[in-house]
Design a protein around this ligand. Structure first.
Ligand SMILES: Nc1ncnc2c1ncn2[C@@H]1O[C@H](COP(=O)(O)OP(=O)(O)OP(=O)(O)O)[C@@H](O)[C@H]1O
Ligand SMILES: [Mg+2]
Length: 119
């Protein structure tokens, strides 16, 4: 059994009295495309922002390829291979780790600037 390529545990983000992301756990396995679904305001964007460095969670841990990471900026996350993008997800072919996150973030960042092709 392989290890998750990307893992979140207990991810929580609060804005004052609003808990945007509440104790979120997830595992993204190698080769898996993981969709994040939920009601408006459920915390989908906040989760994607957390794993791509756009917000720093108040609590919880993110593990990328077996290493605990704590991204403080999108640039830092991008350097490690975790980024958001507006491009369509390349679901038809075997995917590289960068493309997993790319797929997870496809709907999130129209404001986020030009996409860079996965390495
Ligand atoms: N920067 C912020 N300041 C204050 N509250 C925020 C902020 N970002 C998100 N929230 C709040 O956190 C909650 C989760 O927001 P988020 O945008 O993550 O949800 P979402 O699942 O992406 O919603 P949608 O389906 O509308 O895109 C909402 O109640 C939202 O108003
Ligand atoms: Mg959203």
């Amino acid at each position: 059994m392989s290890e998750p390529i990307l893992k979140g545990r207990g991810l929580t983000k609060r804005y004052g009295k609003v808990t945007a992301l509440d104790n979120c756990d997830f595992d993204l396995m190698p080769g898996e495309i993981l969709a994040v679904i939920g009601d408006n305001g459920a915390g989908k964007s906040t989760l994607i922002k957390a794993v791509s460095g756009a917000v720093v969670p108040d609590e919880g841990e993110i593990w990328l390829e077996g290493q605990k990471v704590a991204f403080k900026t999108p640039l830092e996350a991008r350097g490690a291979g975790s980024r958001r993008s507006t491009r369509p997800s390349p679901c038809r072919h075997p995917v590289h780790r960068r493309q997993h996150v790319h797929g997870a973030g496809t709907a999130e960042t129209r404001h986020h600037g030009p996409a860079v092709p996965p390495a």
